[in-house]
Design a binder for this molecule. Structure first.
Ligand code: FES
Length: 207
């Protein structure tokens, strides 16, 4: 299948511009597979982050057709189907050659092309105390034991791979740079409620 990729390219001191690349791809190819091919076969100057290629490390978050996502998770088939559905909802005919728009994440300044400066993301994460903490706890001799119910409370936020996609899409962060961002709130709340120890210390415990 022929697909056009419209990639927003930019450096720190340049206004962004869109560059088009055409590729013959399989529906099962991920967006990251395609970016790799563009870089290896057509344009070695294209910059983007990647590492695990398996939705584990969080390095490859970018905007795909207007929403932040992991490039190694989204595949061509589902993106094209999404574009077709949008066209159908708008009573338009889908483009013969689908066009996939690729852009850097939002709410963070661009260093080059799809690589953004995540300094504020990491600083805000560091600024927040974790929900699960050893502070105000007795450190056991061997290990902390946890019940399945206690672990369940952490399942959702514990799955965060810190890719920055939520931060990129966060409107609150866009209008208020004192807001630490959803990733930092997840670290602070752990999917449960804040708790206070009877002695009044601001410890957050898994209960
Ligand atoms: S490359 Fe690691 S999450 Fe995509």
């Amino acid at each position: 299948m022929q697909v056009t990729f419209q990639v927003v390219r930019q450096t720190v001191d340049q206004a962004p511009h869109v560059q088009s690349y055409s590729l013959d791809v399989e529906p099962g190819n991920t967006i990251l597979d395609c970016l790799n091919r563009i870089k290896w076969e057509q344009d070695g100057t294209l910059a983007f982050r990647k590492n695990c290629r398996n939705t584990i490390c969080g390095s490859c978050a970018i905007r795909v057709n207007g929403r932040s996502a992991l490039a190694c998770k989204e595949n061509i088939g589902s993106e094209v189907a999404r574009l077709q559905q949008i066209a159908q909802d708008r009573h338009q005919s889908a483009a013969e050659v689908p066009t996939i728009a690729i852009a850097p994440m939002g709410n963070m300044p661009v260093i080059k092309d799809l690589v953004v400066n995540m300094q504020s993301f990491w600083s805000n994460l560091k600024a927040v105390d974790p929900y699960v903490s050893t502070q105000s706890r007795q450190i056991p001799e061997r290990e902390f034991l946890q019940t399945p119910a206690e672990r369940d409370r952490l399942n959702q936020t514990g799955n965060c791979i810190l890719c920055g996609a939520c931060y990129s899409e966060c409107n609150a962060r866009t209008v208020d740079d004192s807001f630490v961002g959803p990733h930092a709130l997840a670290k602070a709340t752990g999917g449960g409620r804040f708790s206070r120890r009877p002695d009044g210390n601001a410890a957050r415990e898994v209960r």
